[in-house]
Design a protein around this ligand. Structure first.
Ligand SMILES: C[S@@+](CC[C@H](N)C(=O)[O-])C[C@H]1O[C@@H](n2cnc3c(N)ncnc32)[C@H](O)[C@@H]1O
Length: 197
């Protein structure tokens, strides 16, 4: 999907900007209609509820969030949505919650932190299946507001590559979010697998 393409989804702008666009890119790129385990880092209620609908009753969404306030909302949501497992922890320390999480097909991360490439890489090393997929949001001004956003995106994508992520597509979230990009791709992709076009 090219970023110029317009989405007319009927969902609110918040959902479109935060999750739907990158998720659709992921779906279109990989045909992820059989996702069972979905691991989200730093997503709030609305996106998690949509992912919960997408994976359905046979899927699981592990949602890690360190803010206690948002965490309380997640816990309340999980009482109604039994496929959501809320984890109120700092995503920089996956060893603290590894006993709660199975291997997953997809990691989505939108933590907006200076180490926003390292956090999903660390979690992927614990929980993401080989040949699984990632959707990672990069917020340039959390990393270096003095550099052009494009330079920051390039540098973060290079870090992801060093951690066994193979980016396949990158879109900006303009006009919904400034200086914000989303990268999707594969994890520990074997040399034989062709990158998605
Ligand atoms: C930019 S917001 C994500 C918003 C998301 N796109 C949405 O619409 O719901 C970043 C979220 O990540 C959480 N977060 C940031 N650093 C985190 C960390 N180290 N561990 C867990 N959650 C974190 C924040 O509390 C916040 O809720």
């Amino acid at each position: 999907m090219k970023m110029e393409q317009k989405l007319n989804t009927g969902f609110g702008t918040h959902f479109v900007q935060s999750l739907l666009l990158p998720f659709l890119v992921g779906l279109i790129t990989y045909g992820l209609n059989l996702v069972r385990g979905y691991f989200t880092l730093g997503l709030l209620l609305e996106p998690v509820s949509h992912v919960s609908d997408i994976v359905g009753p046979t899927g699981v969404v592990y949602a890690v969030e360190f803010s206690h306030r948002s965490g309380r909302d997640l816990v309340n949501m999980a009482k109604k949505r039994t496929n959501v497992i809320p984890i109120i922890e700092d995503a920089r320390h996956p060893s603290k919650y590894r006993m709660l999480v199975g291997m997953v097909d997809v990691i989505f991360s939108d933590v907006a932190q200076p180490d926003q490439a390292r956090i999903p890489a660390l979690n992927a090393s614990y929980f993401l299946k080989a040949e699984g997929h990632f959707v990672i949001s990069i917020k340039a001004n959390c990393i270096d507001s003095t550099q052009p956003a494009v330079a920051v995106f390039d540098s973060e994508v290079n870090k992801l590559k060093q951690d066994q992520f193979r980016p396949a597509e990158q879109v900006t979230l303009e006009p919904y979010e400034r200086d914000h990009a989303c990268v999707v791709g594969g994890y520990r992709v074997s040399k034989k697998s062709k990158p998605a076009s």
